[in-house]
Design a protein around this ligand. Sequence first.
Ligand SMILES: [Cu+2]
Length: 472
Amino acid sequence: MPILFSRREMIVGSTAFCSVAGFGALGAVRSARAEPVHLIATTGRARLLGDGRPETPIWGYGGVTPGPVIRATQGDELRVRLENRLNVPTTLHWHGIRLDNAMDGVAHLTQQPVAPGASFDYRFRVPDAGTFWYHPHVHGSAEQVERGLAGALIVDEAAPVDVDRDVVLIVKDWRIDEDGQVHEDSLGNLHDAAHAGRLGNVLTFNGEHFERIEARAGERLRLRFVSAANSRIMRFDIEGHDAWLVALDGQPVNPVLIGGEGVVIAPSQRADLIVDLTGTPGSRAAIREVSDEPFAAAELVYDGEERRALREAPPEPLPGNPVPLPEGTPSQELDLVMTGGAMRPLADAIYRDEELDGRTLALQHGMVWAFNGVAGMPEAPLFVARRGAEVAIRMVNDTMWPHAMHLHGHHFVETARNGGAPQPGLRDTVLLNRNEDVTIAFIADNPGRWMLHCHMLEHQHSGMETWFEVGE
Ligand SMILES: [Cu+2]
């Protein structure tokens, strides 16, 4: 895959081809109890490369990428009709929502895939306030997310949080060719799958080539980052501004100032930041991806209004969500050892109940990774939990690549990280770097069949997926 826009070219491009579409291009729908949201998965076009460059054919909800921001209030019942006007089966997964298993949107595990021309009605309660998102969860979801099927689901706290503006930022990298097309020859590429996954060459915020966020001196902003990237791990900061990290994966953390390091967001993860707008009227501040040479794809644009007084106190912690917390006394413990990938390839693994050598797995089945020696979705669950049991899973990344492990239907805490200090807070997706070893614990209180998989979607589809069952 040739690099068509180098990082530097991307920087030049974003300056030279600034979008003039104006503010707030992102549509929003609020789901009142009585009113269902209608999402139509269909094709569309997006100006991912900016003005004066070719448009990109995409797949989106309502033909738009990202799809509408769905907003609800904590405790609401959400009703969403998915209508599939694509020519492939799809579903909707509500990432991070602790919902009824039948509504989790995992094809062949919790529902049949929604065929072209068919519809499916999702109906579930949202128990936690926070930043969540939705996307397809079928065997081809790497391609479907890559083509643009993703959107944010924001659940507001019952009492308003003290900020002046609440901004959703869906970040995503795309692999786009010179003609503005999604690079199709590399969809499903096994080389990518065995390495870091599909990494893009174009970065968008809310589907915009260069997103501008209205700002006013003295305001306090809540920025909700959502990663819809297939595989890229990103790190963000805001030029010249301090920010408090207040939530991860929708769950509150004690506010902590992020310094020059920025905040790391692996595929599917979310981070809520609160930022005091300390800049001067009329100024601008870039929101930068800083995992490598800093790259601006969005900015705060201060209007000319005179500065109002900044709040003196740091933000209060967000109110907690009703997630049951492990007590450090797991009644079920297991190991999940991750193997395979480039530079430490599988010698052999079980695939569909058959033991196969690494070469056969890769060339005949596209499998290059395994969990506990099993590649791909097994027939039998990884484990069965008693309802209410405290489960601890020690995940061992015995590969040369990072992985973002996502647990469905529950949020977990880290209880150990390579024997050292675990990271704080509840999460639904945890990043393990190469040779890292992280123990997570959670209360298995949600009955049904739930997936546990790498959210680098190319890794998932090439072996890194399994499931577990929680009893009634
Ligand atoms: Cu992975």
